[in-house]
Structure formats: structure tokens, C-alpha cells
Design a protein around this ligand. Structure first.
Ligand SMILES: [Zn+2]
Length: 175
């Protein structure tokens, strides 16, 4: 699973395992702070080892991979864009990842502004003047790429950490 070298992603959804069978007493969920502890210590270590830029690139790529896999495994309504968004909103809400809203969309130009409230990665963090949701940027890019077959660039422009109540992402086609 993780001991073989690789040039391409070898992640498969089955790697997530049968949590229900494995945790009969503790169950499917954990505390948000535990998720953040893992993610932030990993990011901290990556920055220490390889620098901010490379760490950001890895987080974005991992998010993109996750977005594609999420789409493949959890999204069933792929025929219309609005049905896709509606199902995505529902999935993100029931999995407690965040509350997604499409603030602006131009389907002809494939540009969007989307917000995520109560975001799993950052809501409630100390304000630090940074947009930190790099993984989410990739995640949204991966989801949209899987749905549309197009490549997107996603940039977070407002974040809980930069003083906003929601994370706001500008989405545009990759050049
Ligand atoms: Zn954010």
C-alpha cells in the first residue's frame, strides 16, 4: 500500500478500509481537532523538510487527487452540472466537511466563486492574515475536473484565517 515507490497515484478508495467493522465501539467519526492535528503536523513537517512552496504544491495535488476520488466514489448525479453541485453540497454537509455555496457562476466561461462555511480545515483557527486552505483548493479543482473533463485553477481569496467567516475560492480554467 505505502511501501512501493510510485510515479503515479496508487490510491484506491478501498484503502480507506471497512471502518465500521474495524471500530465496532468507537464508530465512524472522530474529533475535528484530531483531523487537524494530523494535517497540520504533516504540513509543518513538510515545510520544515522541503519549504513552503513545495509543501503547498503537495497539499494542492493531494487535494486534487482526493477531489477526483471523492467524485468517482461518492457522486452519482453526473449528468447535469446543477445536479452534481446539489449532490456535492449534500455530501459535504453530511460528511461534515463544510457548507458549500456557489456564489457566482459563469458556465460559458467556466469561472466560479464558491464559498465553504464551517470548513473542516480552518473554521475557528486563530486569525493570521493567511489563506491556508491549499488542500481545499486542490479538492475543488479535482472535483470540477472530474465532472467537466477540464482543468481548473482554484485560489482561495478569503479564509477564516484571513478574518472572514467563510472560505471563498475563485475558480477559473487552467491556462
Ligand atoms: Zn480557509
Amino acid at each position: 500500500m505505502f511501501k512501493e515507490e510510485r510515479d503515479d497515484s496508487q490510491f484506491e478508495w478501498t484503502m480507506l478500509g471497512n471502518v465500521e467493522a474495524g471500530r465496532p465501539n468507537l464508530g465512524l467519526t472522530t474529533d475535528v481537532s484530531v483531523y487537524r492535528l494530523m494535517q497540520f503536523t504533516l504540513r509543518d513537517t513538510l515545510i520544515k523538510e522541503i519549504g513552503v512552496e513545495a509543501a503547498d504544491r503537495i497539499f494542492y495535488q493531494a487535494g486534487e487527487n482526493a477531489g477526483r476520488r471523492f467524485f468517482e466514489n461518492l457522486i452519482t448525479k453526473k449528468d447535469s452540472f446543477s445536479d452534481f453541485i446539489a449532490e456535492l453540497q449534500e455530501r459535504l454537509r453530511t460528511l461534515k466537511i463544510g457548507i458549500l455555496r456557489v456564489e457566482k457562476s459563469d458556465l460559458a466561461a467556466w469561472t466560479f466563486t464558491v464559498t465553504v462555511a464551517e470548513d473542516l480545515d480552518c473554521s475557528g483557527l486563530p486569525v493570521c492574515d493567511e489563506q491556508i486552505c491549499t488542500y481545499d483548493e486542490g479538492f475543488i479543482a479535482g472535483l470540477l475536473a472530474a465532472q467537466t473533463g477540464k482543468a481548473f485553477v482554484v485560489k482561495e481569496v478569503d479564509c477564516w484565517c484571513s478574518g472572514d467567516r467563510v472560505c471563498r475560492f475563485d475558480v477559473k480554467p487552467a491556462a
